[in-house]
Design a protein around this ligand. Structure first.
Ligand SMILES: Nc1ncnc2c1ncn2[C@@H]1O[C@H](COP(=O)(O)OP(=O)(O)O)[C@@H](O)[C@H]1O
Ligand SMILES: [Mg+2]
Length: 253
């Protein structure tokens, strides 16, 4: 059964503007890792704004776990494009932010933050540090721990690795895949990097062509669930990569 479902959704930010989505249908199965790619400004982050109820479609329905998404409904956890760690909070306070907003007592917050840091393989000694003491890669791990602590089954990660250097990024990609295999969450992951999409996900959704979109082009990644970076060099993946890049440039359909 689909866990994320857009049914005939039409959405525009302003009444006088052309819609970004028109009669858009899209679904993701439970437990999947789906990457979303498309040209800059095409509407990828907008899909996440709709899924979190920050924006409301003019027409159609969006459901997560069978429940309609509404303003304030908490059916997915968003990790926004910027990591948004607050410099005046320690790591554990940053991670516990979703709980602090629910006014959970401090002691419980800290316990939960430490548990989730351990769950994603981060050293407990990190808890008392401030974000300024962390590398870019570490900040992203902490931001992910916070997204996880937020508690939803569906995680929405918006270009989390785009500002990282190449080696850190590869490291984080492997780390995220290991976590996905372990956590049994459904992940939607926005990226503009085709290779990253292929390495991370089971399926790639492409917003292609001109707005408004009525569907995403869905492509299965020709790789097993257990994979290593070396798989990226195989012929089927190379072919898929060229195909996807061509689609992004507006060529192949
Ligand atoms: N809050 C907003 N209000 C009005 N227009 C917006 C808002 N956010 C994004 N847009 C516009 O919607 C389009 C899609 O944006 P976005 O979803 O951020 O694209 P992407 O994430 O694919 O780069 C762009 O033209 C952008 O300028
Ligand atoms: Mg975006």
């Amino acid at each position: 059964m689909a866990i994320v479902e857009f049914s005939n959704v039409t959405f525009r930010y302003h009444p006088e503007e052309e819609p970004i989505l028109e009669d858009f249908s899209f679904s993701v199965e439970r437990g999947e890792f789906v990457s979303i790619i498309g040209q800059s400004g095409c509407g990828k982050s907008t899909l996440f704004r709709l899924l979190t109820g920050l924006e409301t479609p003019q027409k159609g329905e969006i459901r997560i776990n069978g429940k309609p998404v509404q303003k304030g409904s908490h059916l997915s956890s968003l990790q926004p494009q910027k990591d948004l760690l607050f410099p005046w909070f320690t790591v554990w306070e940053n991670v516990a932010l979703p709980l602090s907003l629910q006014r959970i007592p401090k002691g419980k917050q800290r316990q939960a933050a430490e548990a989730v840091l351990a769950q994603v393989g981060l050293d407990p000694s990190l808890a008392e540090k401030y974000p300024s003491a962390l590398s870019g890669g570490m900040r992203q791990r902490v931001a992910f721990a916070r997204t996880l602590l937020d508690g939803a089954q569906v995680l929405l990660l918006d270009e989390p690795f785009s500002a990282l250097d190449c080696l850190t990024r590869m490291d984080l990609q492997e780390w995220l895949r290991d976590n996905w295999l372990k956590l049994e969450k459904t992940i939607l992951f926005i990226t503009h990097d085709v290779e990253e999409a292929l390495f991370l996900s089971q399926e790639v959704a492409v917003l292609q062509g001109k707005k408004p979109f009525s569907a995403a082009l869905m492509r299965q990644v020709p790789l097993p669930k257990e994979r290593s970076r070396a798989h990226l060099a195989c012929e089927a993946v190379e072919r898929e990569k060229l195909y996807l890049m061509d689609v992004l440039k507006g060529g192949a359909r």
